[in-house]
Design a protein around this ligand. Structure first.
Ligand SMILES: [Zn+2]
Length: 417
């Protein structure tokens, strides 16, 4: 799951962007969320009822579009004996492509990456994608620890939801010794007490964050150097220590300090991801630069390597805006596919209309499917169990991947002859 997460996110984000941009002519776009445990039979009954209700809609075109969409949704739903493990989401509606009458029925079936917990039917002018957007945000949880000489606070951040789990005080006396006490003795005592506090504070870190199965990382904050001493000492168990993403300076402690850290998290996480992305591209560049034979790039070459099953890591630029177009002949079984920029598609479509099928010579070639190239290559990689990383163009390395290597590169399992 963690390995695939940049791809999962990319796919869901693409799908959401597409869905969110669609708008119906009237209140006629259907969104259906089916929870994992739901009976398909019950959902079908519900839809039948909705179809009856829709017969009261005044506008003839809206009425027809809603009823047609419900039929389509039911057809798709019928393909499932029961909802998949994470449930099922269907979007369907007539999308206008210009003047009235140009509407085309579009259906999208989405199997969410995580279980959905809402069952709902909605008919609106737009598709209802908010729960999915929320799911994308809610995906990961992070632990936040804010510590200084006076105490520590612990919080869990899930998506945008922040929960302060615990606050403790150190019980440490001030740094100034009382009269009559020797300086050495005071120092030694204080050191022991600080050590005790760190042990106690570390115990809470282990107790609070170890049981969280989906913990992606820890961020330690606080004013001054305490957080650094605490982190470098032997107070946090090594599994959790590996998850520390950053140490952040804050002006405050306690809840206020936690909030300061949370404000900086998007930046921290972006930085963490950028560091990962840089590392992947750097490894590719290393293999390429040292002529190890373990790197290849370019859509054609990488596709070939994928088909041969020799790819270890597939690097795809998020900013690659290329569509894979699939062509089918409706008279024979002939197919072909080609990659192009989206602005080239209309011209290609026209060209197809004027070109006879190379196999049966009938004028029946047409585009059967269009797919984002990144998604298409990621699908190909999925079939052979490849590590797939979607690389943004925000880092120098990411920009290089896009500009110098066509946005498609691979690190190979072994040298190709
Ligand atoms: Zn043909």
């Amino acid at each position: 799951m963690a390995k695939q997460s940049s791809v999962t996110r990319f796919r869901l984000k693409k799908a959401l962007d597409t869905l969110a941009s669609k708008e119906g002519r009237g209140t006629e776009l259907i969104s259906l969320y089916v929870t994992p445990g739901k009976q398909i039979f019950d959902v079908m009954n519900y839809l039948r009822q909705e179809s009856c209700t829709a017969s009261n809609i005044k506008s003839a075109s809206t009425r027809k579009h809603v009823q047609d969409a419900i039929v389509k949704v039911m057809q798709r739903l019928k393909l499932f004996k029961e909802p998949p493990q994470n449930g099922l989401i269907i979007f369907c509606g007539a999308i206008p492509h210009g003047a009235p009458g140009t509407e085309e029925m579009e259906t999208y079936v989405i199997i969410p990456p995580e279980p959905i917990n809402i069952y709902l039917y909605r008919c609106d002018a737009k598709f209802y994608v908010e729960p999915l957007e929320e799911m994308m945000r809610e995906k990961e949880s992070y632990g936040v620890i804010v510590i200084d000489g006076s105490g520590a606070a612990y919080a869990v951040l899930r998506g945008r939801r922040l929960e302060i789990v615990r606050e403790i005080t150190s019980g440490l006396p001030g740094k100034h010794r009382a009269g009559g006490q020797s300086a050495r003795r005071f120092e030694r005592l204080r050191e022991m007490e600080v050590n005790e506090f760190y042990k106690r504070a570390g115990g809470y870190v282990n107790k609070i964050f170890s049981p969280l199965p989906d913990l992606k990382g820890l961020i330690i904050g606080g004013p001054g150097p305490t957080k650094l001493d605490f982190e470098s000492g032997d107070f946090i168990n090594y599994m959790l220590k590996q998850k520390i993403l950053a140490k952040v300076d804050t002006a405050y402690i306690g809840e206020q300090g936690v909030k300061e850290v949370v404000e900086k998290t998007p930046e921290i996480l972006r930085h963490v991801r950028y560091t990962e992305e840089k590392r992947f591209v750097q490894q590719f560049l290393y293999e390429l630069g040292h002529d190890t034979g373990l790197a290849t790039y370019g859509e054609f070459e990488v596709r070939e390597a994928l088909n041969k099953g020799v790819v270890k890591t597939l690097l795809l630029s998020e900013a690659l805006e290329v569509t894979r177009v699939f062509v089918k002949c409706s008279s024979c079984a002939y197919t072909e596919e080609k990659s192009m920029k989206s602005f080239e598609i209309p011209r290609f479509e026209q060209e197809l209309a004027n070109r006879p099928c190379p196999k049966c010579s009938m004028p029946s070639l047409a585009i059967s499917e269009k797919k984002d190239l990144v998604e298409e290559l990621a699908d190909l990689g999925d079939q052979t169990g490849v590590e797939i990383e979607i690389i943004s163009a925000e880092t120098e390395e990411g920009a290089q991947l896009l500009q110098s290597f066509g946005g498609v590169a691979a690190i190979l399992r072994f040298k190709q002859s």
